[in-house]
Structure formats: C-alpha cells, structure tokens
Design a protein around this ligand. Structure first.
Ligand code: DOR
Ligand code: ZN
Length: 341
C-alpha cells in the first residue's frame, strides 16, 4: 500500500470563489491544492466584462499565499459584442460561461432564449476568436430530467459551431456521456459529488440540505456511469469541483441554497475514491492532464502536491467572518491528507 502519492499541477476546472470575506475564507483551500482553477462569474453582480474579470482576478491574486492561476471566465449575455470579446481574448480570458436564466444560484441575469439570434451571434464570434463555451446545461423542466432535456441544445450548438469547444459543466446524467462521444467539439467536467453520491444522499434518509446542488444528484446508475468515466480518466472529461460555498444559514433557510462546498477535501477524497477502485494510476490524468489538453492550458505555476496516508477528520464547519460554512463530508474521516511543505 503506497503511503504517499504525488500529483503534479492539479486543476479545478469549475470553482466558485465568491467575493469579499467569503472569498478570503475559502480561497486557501484551493490554492494549497491546485495550480489553477476556472473561476465562475456568477457573483452577486455577475462578471460580464473584461474589466470586471481583471479586477476580480487582481483581488484573488492579492489574497493568494501560494502561486496560483485563476482562470477567469465571463458570464455570457446576448449583449456581449465582438469588441468586448476581443478585449477578453487579449487579456488572456478563454472561457465564456452560459447560464440559462434562473437555472441556479446567481443566474438571474442568464440567457432566456439560448438559441435566439443574438446569442447565436455571440457563439459565432466566440468560435472565431477561439473561446471555450462552458454551459450549465439544464432545462426548466422536471428537476431530474433537466440535463437530459437540455442535450438537444448542446447538439445544436456543437453542430452549428464545429470549431467551438463546448463544455457540459458538472455532468450529472449518464445520457450526457453519449453526447461527448458523438460530438467531437463537446467535452465535460465532472465533480466529486456527482461521482460519489446520488439522490439517496440528499433525501433517501433524513433530508440533507448540504448535498443539495444544481444539477441535482441523480440515480445510482448515473453516479456509477459518471464514476467509471472519472476512474478511467475519460479523455474528454476534466475534473471541475463546482465547489460552491454558502453560509450554513443560507443552506438551512426556507430558501435552501443550492451548492456543495467541497474545496477543503477534494484531493484527499478523490485519492480515496480512485484507490478504492484500484485506479490510482489514472488520478493524475483526471485531475490535471485532461484539463491541460482539453483547455489548451499553458500558463500556470508548477506545483507538486504530496498526499500522505494519515487518518484525519473533516472539520464540522469552516468559520468565516460572515458565519459558518459546512464542508462536504463534515466530521467524517479521510484516509489521506495533503502534506504541508
Ligand atoms: O449547486 C450549485 N451551486 N450549482 C450551480 O450551478 C451554482 C452553484 C452556486 O453558485 O452556488
Ligand atoms: Zn458551478
């Protein structure tokens, strides 16, 4: 049994860092483990321009205690014009994030009619300039079928913009796997929670609001199929945690916020999962190599992360100046931890 494991340049391709005091509190969990992360733009005031993205990036970098590359994304609106996209490109921004209006936290300013002429024009410019289009792919139908119902939209965009790289973010439905096989320019990210949990973990026993997220955790079959894709480090799938911190008070209120805060446990928990399936050899590809290839990443600090086999327990909560956040697997044991340098 190995006692240590080395990972080079872990990448988290889908991360919510929030802003202000929450940002300060959650950022270190990512910077101690990852070389780079794609930072989601769904802040209270969404990041819709290059100027906003660069200011947010500066704020993040000013709070980093170790080398880290925040890969900024821009919240796609039908109003995004070519000039703005050229500016973004010149600033090194590669990713546009599309939220269907109202689909999840912070998506009120998202796109209502995704295939309308204006949005298609944005896709055409994005394709021309070489952006990556990351999509929260959910319809507004029955919550367990939302990703499946959205698949025709992915198919349409993939077919009409064959040189546009499109990402099915936080893939949650096993039927989405067929889509990334079918369309060359369609890729996906996978979270820790969608490969290790299913709807039973939300409401199979007592209701667990800390496992409530969008897209919803699905069936055991979905979980198993997605897990297999992760374990074999599917070439078109990158790791993206979708770690999404909310104050416990917001999760537990009558308007229960969607989002799972997994940043404090990601690499140890993934190591456990891969080890328990005898696939530790593909963990490096899943948490790093696939992202570097699929997103054409070039600039990020080189990090070598050592995991050591030491029993440790996940804290009950993370304290922030605004209140507590409950991490995924709070108070449970992990058999690996990140070795401090
Ligand atoms: O569960 C989620 N929480 N899904 C998302 O798409 C957004 C995220 C958040 O920002 O809290
Ligand atoms: Zn997200």
């Amino acid at each position: 049994m190995p006692q240590t494991l080395q990972l080079t340049n872990p990448m988290d391709m889908h991360l919510h860092l929030r802003e202000g005091e929450l940002l300060e509190s959650v950022l270190p969990f990512t910077t101690q483990a990852f070389s780079a992360a794609v930072v989601m733009p769904n802040l209270k005031t969404p990041i819709t321009t290059t100027t906003q993205a660069l200011a947010y990036k500066k704020q993040i970098l000013s709070l980093c205690s170790s080398p880290f590359e925040p890969l900024m994304s821009i919240f796609l609106t039908p109003e995004l014009d070519k000039q703005e996209l050229i500016l973004a490109k010149e600033a090194g921004i590669k990713i546009l994030k599309l939220y269907p209006k109202g689909a999840t936290t912070g998506s009120e300013g998202g796109v209502k009619d995704i295939l309308c002429e204006k949005t298609l024009q944005v896709f055409a410019i994005a394709e021309e300039l070489g952006f990556i289009l990351s999509i929260h792919g959910e319809s507004n139908g029955f919550c367990m079928e939302r990703e499946y119902e959205f698949l025709p939209v992915f198919a349409y965009i993939a077919q009409h913009f064959p040189h546009l790289r499109i990402i099915i973010e936080h893939m949650s439905d096993r039927r989405s796997l067929e889509m990334i096989e079918k369309y060359e320019n369609l890729y996906a990210t996978l979270t820790l929670h969608h490969i290790t949990m299913n709807l039973d973990d939300v409401c199979g026993g007592m209701l667990n609001p800390h496992h409530f997220c969008k897209p919803m955790l699905k069936t055991r079959k979905d979980q198993q199929a997605l897990l297999q894709a992760a374990l074999k480090a599917h070439p078109k799938v990158s790791f993206g945690s979708d770690s999404a911190p909310h104050l416990a008070s917001a999760k537990l209120s009558s308007k229960g916020a969607a989002g799972i805060f997994s940043a404090p446990i990601l690499l140890p928990a993934l190591t456990e999962v891969f080890e328990s399936h005898n696939t530790l050899d593909s963990l490096q590809a899943f948490v790093s190599d696939r992202a570097i290839t699929n997103y054409g990443l070039e600039h990020f600090p080189t990090k070598s992360i050592t995991l050591e086999r030491v029993q440790n327990s996940v804290p009950a909560y993370i304290d922030t100046p605004l209140g507590h956040i409950i991490p995924l697997r709070a108070q449970s044991n992990l058999s690996w931890r990140i070795k401090k340098n």
